[in-house]
Structures are given as structure tokens and as C-alpha cells.
Design a protein around this ligand. Structure first.
Ligand code: ZN
Length: 198
């Protein structure tokens, strides 16, 4: 199965995905889909991929933040984002709860908005209840970049995209992000774009 990532404008990205039944999770169709999504995510490369992004309105997403993706980043960059490697795993029919009410702001991108990025506020800590690829109940608590990935992927399963949550003035091409914004602290960016104090 060769999957293709759909881009913004495709109605499937704005649909609420349907939950999987416990009976269909171990079936060949879903197991093959998970394998194919893992390949597709690695090829992209990305740290998460939701089924609607490959044209399927199902409540299923794959997540993996590999050690090799973090090699280029400075320790400071990783520490600010609380970004650590996350092993490959699958979330199915997730329910998300934001914990503490604390928000953090960072630039993020999406494989379905290829070549763009924006500053997006997200909860720093979340709890997710879901099923795994075997249909087993799982409860995860996550913080930092992993919490951001979970929120981003679960938005996809509700028909959401980061552009619904971004500070619109910060929307940028990925090239311009690297040239003008990447090295700037978020407080300075807020000042430059007149976003107000945190
Ligand atoms: Zn995305």
C-alpha cells in the first residue's frame, strides 16, 4: 500500500473522522494501514501522521520522534521545546485532556501544509486516553514537544489544522522561518509582530 499525503483544501482534512471498532483494529486492513502510515511518515519525514492526511477519515494516527531528527538541533533548542525522542506508537479513538492550563508557544508545521509554519499556542501538558494498535486501552501523560504532537494529530481527527489555532501574523514559508524567525526568542517575535505581552 503506497499512501499519498493530501494537502490543505482536501475536504477530508476538515471532516470529523470516525472511531474504529475494537473488532476492526486487529484486522488486516487496519494493520496494513498502520504499516503503510509508518513508512509514509518516515519518508516525509514527519513526527506524526493522522489517517485523514492520507485521505481516510478514521480516528487513527501514528507518532514517532526519532533520535536522528534531533541530531542537528542545539541542546538549547531542544531544552526550550522539551523535545526528546518518542518511540513509534499508534493512537486510536483518542480523548484528550489539557492539564494545568499552562500554554507554550512555538512554530510548528504540518505535512498537509507543506512548506509553511506558524507560531501556535498549545497546552504544555496533556493526558490522552486511547486504544493502541492491538486495541488495548492506554492512558498517556505527555509534556513538551510530545504533548504538542499529540494535540496536533488529535486536531486532525476532529477536522482541525494548526492554522485554526495559529497567530495569523506569524504564518510564514518554511524558508522565511529559517531566515528570519528560527533563531529569535519567542518574546522578541511577539514584540516584532505586535502580538502583545505573554
Ligand atoms: Zn498535521
Amino acid at each position: 500500500m503506497k499512501l499519498e499525503i493530501v494537502q490543505a483544501g482536501n475536504p477530508v482534512l476538515r471532516q470529523r473522522a470516525r472511531p474504529l471498532t475494537p473488532a476492526e483494529i486487529p484486522g488486516k486492513q487496519i494493520q496494513n494501514l498502520i504499516e503503510a502510515m509508518r513508512e509514509c511518515m518516515r519518508e516525509a519525514p514527519g513526527v506524526g501522521l493522522a489517517a485523514p492526511q492520507v485521505g481516510l477519515p478514521l480516528q487513527l494516527a501514528v507518532i514517532e520522534d526519532r533520535e536522528e531528527y534531533l541530531k542537528e538541533a542545539t541542546a538549547e533548542y531542544l531544552r526550550e521545546r522539551e523535545r526528546r525522542p518518542v518511540p513509534f506508537h499508534v493512537i486510536i479513538n483518542p480523548a484528550l485532556t489539557e492539564l494545568d492550563g499552562e500554554k507554550v508557544e512555538f512554530f510548528e508545521g504540518c505535512l498537509s501544509l507543506a512548506g509553511f509554519s506558524a507560531l501556535v499556542p498549545r497546552a504544555r501538558r496533556v493526558r490522552v486516553e486511547c486504544l493502541d494498535e492491538h486495541g488495548n486501552q492506554k492512558i498517556m501523560e505527555a509534556s513538551g514537544w510530545y504533548a504538542r504532537i499529540l494535540q496536533h494529530e488529535i486536531d486532525h481527527l476532529r477536522g482541525g489544522l494548526y492554522i485554526d489555532r495559529m497567530y495569523t501574523k506569524t504564518f510564514t514559508s518554511a524558508d522565511n522561518w529559517a531566515e528570519f524567525w528560527k533563531a529569535k526568542p519567542i518574546v522578541e517575535i511577539r514584540k516584532n509582530l505586535d502580538l502583545g505581552a505573554v
